[in-house]
Design a protein around this ligand. Structure first.
Ligand code: FE2
Length: 321
């Protein structure tokens, strides 16, 4: 069996506007473009991913919400039409994807062993959420790499941020262990926007970029502060500030994908490559990559790969308020 590897992790936000602006054949609505700097950022991320040749893409999406536990797509072939319930005028996308069920089952099992409630999603007619689809389309529009889709349990919202993120830390460790045991070479995708204050009215022409800007100053300044730390590889500080960032900028990273991804990567103090930043209906979106292979930190060695440098120190009980 090949040695497991986490080649890289991407911060890969999912505003459906990016798919709408691109006009791929799978999406029904047509646009005149829009949000180009963010779409060009994804073009650079696509080129980087293309060189990695991973076996599988794992994506955690805030818009597949499961009230009980963390769920994993568990049907080998899924197809259908994914619609954004907030922006059905922009996103009605015919998807067809292949799931790495064996890896998904391993993630599910390792999560259970870590003390999480986990479940496989076996409905063959399941309509995959627009967050998962948008992130996957934007990073790999060819749809030729199997995926593992992971739901958002939303514990950060039902309970509190700290307890929810500790669950995501455990989910990340479980994912890492599953990759080690299955020998997959993987790329992780955190489907998250940064600051999430947004406008409540859409322009008459949604792609009218003269109307696009940060919804408020505080959100923008928080995004810049966090991105600057990430660009410098000061990830410990990022995670220390994360609860305050979430609180003060309504950041979507609250839903956990960002923490899950960095936990799975063992919280590397590694500079992220910023491909671009832009707003979508006022929210802050960054496309960034942490390349563990280039840093010589990608291979998952023998024995348990449980992270030792966790920002949460792995002590769940002591972190719960
Ligand atoms: Fe979202």
């Amino acid at each position: 069996m090949a040695q497991g590897e986490i080649i890289a992790g991407f911060l890969a936000p999912h505003p459906p506007h990016l798919v709408y602006g691109e006009n791929p054949p799978q999406n029904e609505p047509r646009s005149q473009g829009g949000w180009e700097p963010l779409r060009w950022a994804y073009e650079r991320a696509r080129a980087s991913l293309d060189e990695m040749k991973p076996d599988v893409l794992l994506v955690h999406s805030p818009h597949w919400i499961t009230s009980v536990g963390h769920h994993f797509l568990g049907v080998r072939q899924l197809s259908g039409k994914s619609v954004d319930p907030i922006f059905p005028n922009l996103f009605r996308y015919d998807f067809s994807l292949e799931v790495d069920v064996e890896l998904a089952e391993a993630c599910c099992e390792e999560g259970r062993k870590a003390g999480l409630v986990t479940k496989m999603m076996r409905n063959p007619n399941f309509r995959v959420d627009y967050g998962t689809i948008t992130t996957l389309h934007m990073i790999r529009p060819q749809w030729d790499i199997p995926v593992v889709g992971i739901s958002a349990n939303n514990t950060p919202y039902y309970l509190n941020t700290k307890e929810g993120l500790v669950e995501m830390d455990l989910l990340g460790k479980a994912t890492r262990e599953a990759l080690r045991k299955t020998g997959r070479r993987a790329v992780l995708l955190a489907s998250n926007t940064l600051s999430h204050w947004h406008f409540h009215e859409e322009p008459a022409i949604p792609e009218d970029m003269s109307k696009e800007h940060p919804q408020n100053l505080a959100g923008y300044q928080w995004d810049m502060r966090m991105i600057e730390l990430m660009r410098k590889g000061r990830m410990r500080e990022v995670f220390k500030l994360l609860p305050q960032f979430i609180e003060e900028s309504f950041a979507e990273v609250k839903s956990g994908a960002f923490t899950w991804m960095h936990s799975a990567m063992n919280y590397p103090e590694l500079a992220g490559e910023l491909y671009g930043y832009g707003t979508v209906i006022g929210t802050g979106n960054a496309v960034m990559e942490w390349n563990l292979r280039k840093a010589g930190q990608s291979l998952l060695g023998g024995g348990s790969s449980t992270a030792s440098g966790s920002a949460y120190d792995g002590h769940r009980a002591s972190l719960v308020d």
